[in-house]
Ligand binder design. Sequence first.
Ligand code: ACO
Length: 329
Amino acid sequence: MSIRIAATGSYVPERILSNADLEKMVETNDEWIRTRTGIEERRIASPEQATSDLAYEACRKALETAGISGKEVDAIIVGTITPDFVFPSTGCILQHRLGAEGAFCFDLEAACSGLLYSLEVAYSLMKTHPKKYKYVLVCGAEKLSSITDWTNRNTCVLFGDGAGAILLENTEEDGPDCVIASDLHTDGGYGDILKMPAGGSRMPATKESLEAHLHFIHMEGKEVFKLAVNAMVGAGKSVLEEAGITPDEVKMVIPHQANSRIILAVAPRLGVPEERVYMNINRYGNTSAASIGLCLDEAVRAGKLAKGDYVLLTAFGGGLTWGAMLLRF
Ligand code: ACO
């Protein structure tokens, strides 16, 4: 038996928020945003859309592409830091909408590393219980606009909304699995440099917490930047070494889309030339757990990946969480 990627899917909301639009909201300018982050525009969900609605569209496309119905899915894992509710989980809401009655479903919170962490859990379940888990749907989905402080220029220019889904299948075919190697990490000691201070049990919502803008993403950008580069390079090198694959054999690197400068600092340190590094941050900004799935689906649909290609995923986010995973198509 072997585990393969049966299909991918993605979705972004229709509304585009450009750098020019942001110039009217905070003291910023297109040139600063483009040169410091690589972002030109981002998508913003409508007030009626919640994270599960974005996730639903991405998952529906993945199921359609694979030609299976929700009924055949055995588990759904949603990586997100912007669930519709604290509970029920986004996974539960999605299960109902997809008609995936037989699936057990939950959310996994690992910030921008949410998709990699979710893939690791899904793959491990499928490897351990191949008869029980034939199809597992993994989705990274975020409505970051709901936790973005639109009055703070340090953060509001960075984030956007979207969803990316990957359907894994346990097949009867012998051969290598789609997950070749992974290296995931956590360092809770750095939790304070990237967080949403209020809204949890530590600081439930009060008039004061709202007035102090504590229900939004808080970030020490420079500190995060430095740690992100070293962490993603370390994890990336470690999975290549574990797999016995050289950088030349990697068809594509898909890094979490946080900042083009971070991405372009990571690529040469991994020994992979820029042209083999996938970037769509210019169109979508940082969509946290959704970003890698959004890139992967775009690359697949554009015919940029063929059977047998090696794809290196790297991610970094609040927690701190980070890691890398080598996939084989
Ligand atoms: N427009 C214009 N000027 C700005 C803006 C803006 N939007 N934002 C900040 N500035 C100013 C600052 O006030 C500062 O001015 P000063 O020198 O007069 O004080 C100057 O620009 C430089 O600011 P820095 O913060 O030093 O800029 P930096 O080059 O570090 O870029 C950025 C900031 C883009 C946030 C960068 O640090 C970064 O990308 N960090 C990592 C982000 C990340 O990876 N996050 C992880 C994932 S997020 C998640 O997990 C949800």
